[in-house]
Design a protein around this ligand. Structure first.
Ligand code: CTP
Length: 407
């Protein structure tokens, strides 16, 4: 997957030990499909060489505004005009101070000041601070950070943790993969800006006794990808997750549950606070009528326990029946093994929802790739086969379009 294909990024390095992470970041951006133009301050060149950065970016590095390679002698203009974003990583305290004041006495701060802000295509500025925790906490730095934010820059991090100086605290630059993902998210179209999305994901676990239960093979990957895609599209996202081993997507509020009843209890108060509900969870259809309080033991007779089951609540159908003012736009998933579209259409009617997303359950559980067919009153739309995150983005775009038109 190359989410930055066709994107041109200016990566600026100011002085700091975290310059070594900028090397890794360059690799990550190139792997994601971007072209990367590295610009370094004199201080950055003390920490890592332009040779390394040129080799990794496969482009000549710029370090001076007096660079004679540019025919018009204006690298600060030429380098920013075709750019999709400028990323400063690491951004030292001194460099942030320069940005805050609008100073322009070397190439990197000069090109930040000269970047298009309004005319034509504005070039976003993303800044990843990296410094000692005392420098970060200093009122002067905090003032400068507030100022560059007010001027339109996006500040990424910093994180807390061990610092090169031996101290521990706020000021570590985010890791290369985190910065790459922040940039990808930043450049996504904000199709759900100002919207709110509630997602259920993963399997549920229905206890038989304190050490056993029934569950299913859902990995939660599709639901987590949808939560991430919705957040990247600008939505406020709440994710109600069954037992899965997945990390929470950035900016997503997560509520962990185990059983179907717990999932319903978590979803019901949230549903009226969200405009869109996407039910991807593979909720267990039945649960043992009564979970044993103690582990069920073999009694040596060879007899096996007989379990009685009761039906679980249907979370999606319950939300779809909420009164008009409290009911979000509901999207259901249908994991089927055969007659996919026919079953999806039945579910559309049975659950009373405007959109069902059908997929081939056995072919998708736990896998990274998937195929999806959207089934609604207007007909069927197949999304091109792809990895779950690419599909999630395509699906979010379809949901955003339908939600805008929904009564
Ligand atoms: N769903 C739910 N609560 C349940 C069962 C299903 O919210 N108790 C939701 C799922 O999250 C999915 C949709 O309903 O969005 C369809 O789930 P699926 O398991 O395919 O359908 P079922 O209603 O369980 O029907 P069947 O098992 O007969 O195919």
């Amino acid at each position: 997957m190359r989410p930055l294909a066709g994107r041109h990024i200016v990566l600026g390095l100011s002085g700091g030990v975290a310059c070594f992470k900028a090397a890794e970041l360059t690799r990550e951006l190139v792997k994601a499909g971007a072209t990367v133009q590295v610009v370094m301050t004199e201080a950055a060149c003390q920490f890592i060489t332009p040779v390394t950065m040129q080799a990794l970016s496969n482009r000549a590095v710029y370090t001076s505004q007096w660079d004679a390679r540019e025919a018009n002698h204006m690298p600060h203009i030429n380098l920013t005009r075709g750019a999709d974003a400028i990323v400063i990583a690491p951004a030292s305290a001194d460099f942030i101070a320069k940005l805050a004041q609008g100073r322009a006495d070397e190439l990197l701060s000069l090109l930040c000041l000269a970047r298009p802000l309004t005319a034509g295509r504005p070039v976003p500025l993303l800044v990843a601070p990296a410094m000692n925790r005392e420098m970060w906490a200093h009122p002067a730095t905090q003032r400068n950070v507030a100022q560059i934010r007010a001027d339109g820059a996006t500040v990424l991090g910093p994180a807390a943790g061990d610092q090169a100086c031996g101290e521990v605290g706020d000021g570590r630059m985010l890791e290369a993969e985190e910065l790459r993902d922040e940039l990808i998210a930043h450049l996504r179209p904000k199709l759900l800006a100002g919207r709110s999305v509630l997602v259920t994901a993963g399997p549920t676990f229905e206890a038989i006794d304190p050490v056993r239960g029934i569950t299913n093979l859902s990995s939660g990957k599709m639901g987590f990808a949808i939560a991430r895609a919705a957040a990247e599209a600008g939505a406020r996202v709440t994710l109600v997750a069954g037992p899965v081993h997945l990390s929470t997507p950035r900016g997503v509020q997560r509520i962990d549950v185990k059983s179907a009843e717990q999932m319903l209890a978590a979803v019901l108060p949230q549903a009226p606070r969200h405009e869109i509900f996407v039910a991807t969870a593979a909720v267990a259809d039945w649960r043992p009528a009564a979970a044993a309080g103690q582990k069920i033991k073999k009694d040596g007779s060879g007899r096996v326990p007989v379990l009685e089951f009761v039906e679980n609540p249907d979370i999606l159908a319950t939300v779809a029946r909420l009164p008009a003012g409290e009911r979000p736009y509901c999207v259901g998933f249908a994991a089927e093994s055969h007659d996919i579209v026919r079953h999806a259409r039945e579910k559309l009617a049975r659950k009373g929802v405007p959109l069902i997303v059908a997929n081939d359950g056995p072919a998708t559980f736990g896998r990274d790739e998937n195929t999806l067919v959207l089934v609604d009153a207007a007909g069927e739309t197949a999304l091109p086969r792809g990895d779950k995150l690419a599909l999630a983005h395509a699906l979010v775009a379809e949901i955003a379009r339908r939600h805008r038109k929904a009564p």
